[in-house]
Design a protein around this ligand. Structure first.
Ligand SMILES: *[C@@H]1O[C@H](CO)[C@@H](O)[C@H](O)[C@H]1NC(C)=O
Ligand SMILES: *[C@@H]1O[C@H](CO)[C@@H](O)[C@H](O)[C@H]1NC(C)=O
Ligand SMILES: *[C@@H]1O[C@H](CO)[C@@H](O)[C@H](O)[C@H]1NC(C)=O
Ligand SMILES: *[C@@H]1O[C@H](CO)[C@@H](O)[C@H](O)[C@H]1NC(C)=O
Ligand SMILES: *[C@@H]1O[C@H](CO)[C@@H](O)[C@H](O)[C@H]1NC(C)=O
Ligand SMILES: *[C@@H]1O[C@H](CO)[C@@H](O)[C@H](O)[C@H]1NC(C)=O
Ligand SMILES: *[C@@H]1O[C@H](CO)[C@@H](O)[C@H](O)[C@H]1NC(C)=O
Ligand SMILES: *[C@@H]1O[C@H](CO)[C@@H](O)[C@H](O)[C@H]1NC(C)=O
Ligand SMILES: *[C@@H]1O[C@H](CO)[C@@H](O)[C@H](O)[C@H]1NC(C)=O
Ligand SMILES: *[C@@H]1O[C@H](CO)[C@@H](O)[C@H](O)[C@H]1NC(C)=O
Ligand SMILES: *[C@@H]1O[C@H](CO)[C@@H](O)[C@H](O)[C@H]1NC(C)=O
Ligand SMILES: *[C@@H]1O[C@H](CO)[C@@H](O)[C@H](O)[C@H]1NC(C)=O
Length: 408
């Protein structure tokens, strides 16, 4: 059991006096050999509900001094874990997996303490809250190489947005020696000079072929007595896959013919779950506040063989309309679920609450930026023109009547 325990040394970056909002951690094993090295700058933005039903957000920076004693090198089937604790009950952790040639991060966890009234004034829910993300912190990195990324990268998980930059990280370090540098794609837009085959023939090109718009599907959710949620829309998932350390965006249309809808209807929240048997589950969570509803959360689960990835954005405020009406938007819209996953929506009509007779109620159309911008300008121009016209004809009329009187 002792062999599972690890010693952790921790060094502070820079001159100690400098506030760099970066931490620098070596995780070492019993033989005092480094197994994980991490240095990065990070900002965390946390949203929380306050007692007066508003949402507040707080941004904090990772300090240069952290406690990494919860980390471990991992042995046997146990995954290596990098865990840093700081401040009052705050912690951040990342565990790792590897195969024969590559390693990657698995689950990212951020824990914060809303009982801390200094940091989270007026928080409604108090206690230790945890937000996790399965979206890869970095792509697959060759074993014995050090991942480096100066560019910022954002990870969005439930109620927390995490921004990282100046990242240097290696897990499964051998002989306490960091390996060659493996740059993130954001830092090196051109193929890295270490790549052997840099001829254009072997460089994967992003797919630029135009993609068909998805078919619009009609979906509903029923309760015991009838349809309680109606939705129709075309959905297209645009996700970035890591291929050899490069981000390749791929587009996937949801086929209504193979998609089943399910969900639940509540008094102030409703869920629509679309399950495309090809591999995708998209869940829409609607909330009712006062007299309006809106789309609050979207949760996308992508399956590829036995691998699943889940991406959630719980901080949306889209598709807003009054209760008793439906929301309608013909134009294409974008829902940003994470940095690496967007949804393009087409011809959306939804009514998550107060469905009468299984049919849509009056539609509230989305703001069409092109038209709505022009209408007031057009109306204003016409009004001004008419006022000027009336004024001129009044002046002409007056002059005519004066000359008329004079001639008599
Ligand atoms: C581990 O190594 C560091 C420096 O290499 C040294 O300062 C520290 O005392 C060592 N710890 C143990 C337990 O041997
Ligand atoms: C990190 O957060 C601090 C404090 O809120 C802010 O001043 C700084 O600009 C942020 N850095 C970045 C890169 O967003
Ligand atoms: C709600 O509370 C926050 C923080 O305590 C405060 O800034 C905000 O003005 C309050 N809003 C209302 C509507 O009372
Ligand atoms: C990483 O940690 C999460 C829970 O924090 C766990 O579910 C997952 O299995 C771990 N990954 C590995 C490879 O052990
Ligand atoms: C959370 O904050 C409260 C209030 O500051 C404190 O009493 C408690 O010990 C903290 N919890 C942890 C796990 O640090
Ligand atoms: C680690 O050291 C061993 C023995 O000194 C050597 O055989 C091995 O190649 C080294 N591994 C790396 C990645 O440097
Ligand atoms: C089911 O939904 C309909 C339409 O919204 C509503 O009138 C009815 O009361 C609901 N029934 C139950 C059991 O909730
Ligand atoms: C997918 O997202 C990428 C990155 O935002 C963008 O460049 C690309 O045009 C998008 N593709 C579609 C079909 O929306
Ligand atoms: C769905 O099925 C209908 C009728 O069977 C067919 O006309 C349509 O092309 C199908 N749509 C897709 C996207 O396969
Ligand atoms: C996202 O959807 C999956 C599958 O439907 C579910 O297991 C998971 O709990 C959902 N996560 C959140 C945060 O809603
Ligand atoms: C599914 O996984 C296989 C093997 O890992 C990979 O080659 C393929 O590109 C993946 N497909 C998608 C759509 O992610
Ligand atoms: C629902 O349908 C019934 C019969 O088709 C009709 O009598 C009733 O007026 C409808 N109610 C509403 C609210 O449209």
């Amino acid at each position: 059991m002792d062999r599972l325990l690890c010693c952790v040394t921790l060094s502070l970056l820079g001159l100690g006096l400098l506030q760099t909002n970066a931490f620098d951690v070596h995780v070492t094993d019993l033989a005092n050999k480094t197994c994980i090295y991490a240095s990065m700058k990070a900002n965390f933005t946390i949203q929380y509900d306050t007692n007066n039903d508003t949402r507040a957000d707080v941004t904090l920076q990772a300090p240069d001094s952290v406690n990494a004693s919860g980390s471990r090198c991992g042995e046997g089937t146990e995954a290596p874990l990098l865990m840093v604790a700081f401040g009052n009950g705050l912690s951040w952790s990342l565990n790792f997996t590897k195969n024969d040639t590559k390693y990657s991060s698995d689950v990212l966890t951020f824990t914060y303490n809303t009982s801390d009234t200094k940091l989270f004034p007026d928080a409604k829910r108090q206690g230790l809250l945890t937000s996790t993300s399965h979206s890869s912190f970095f792509g697959a990195v060759p074993l014995n190489e050090t991942y480096k990324c100066d560019h910022g990268d954002t990870v969005i998980s439930e109620n927390v947005q995490q921004l990282y930059w100046n990242v240097i990280l290696q897990a499964y370090v051998q002989n306490s020696t960091l390996g060659n540098e493996f740059r993130c794609s954001a830092d090196s837009p051109t193929p890295s000079p270490t790549a052997h085959n840099t001829t254009s023939a072997t460089t994967p090109k992003p797919t630029t072929k135009p993609v068909d718009n998805p078919a619009v599907g009609n979906y509903f959710v029923s309760n015991g007595t009838g349809k309680c949620l109606l939705a129709s829309m075309g959905l297209q998932i645009n996700t970035s896959l890591q291929v050899d350390g490069k981000n390749i965006w791929t587009v996937l249309n949801i086929d209504p013919n193979t998609t089943e809808s399910s969900g639940s209807c509540g008094n102030d929240s409703a869920i629509l779950r679309l399950n495309d048997h090809n591999a995708t589950v998209v869940e829409f969570n609607f909330l009712l506040k006062k007299n309006n509803f809106h789309l609050q959360e979207v949760n996308v689960t992508l399956r590829n063989g036995s691998a699943t990835s889940q991406t959630v954005n719980s901080n949306l405020s889209l598709w807003d309309a009054s209760v008793g009406n439906s929301y309608l938007c013909h134009k294409e819209q974008l829902i940003s679920v994470s940095e690496d996953l967007h949804i393009n929506t087409f011809s959306v009509r939804v009514q998550p609450f107060s469905v009468q007779n299984g049919t849509y109620s009056t539609a509230e159309e989305c703001f069409d930026s092109d038209l709505n911008f022009l209408i007031p300008i057009a109306v204003g121009t016409v009004l001004i023109f008419m006022i000027v016209l009336v004024f001129i004809s009044y002046l002409i009329g007056r002059r005519k009547s004066r000359t008329g009187y004079q001639s008599v």
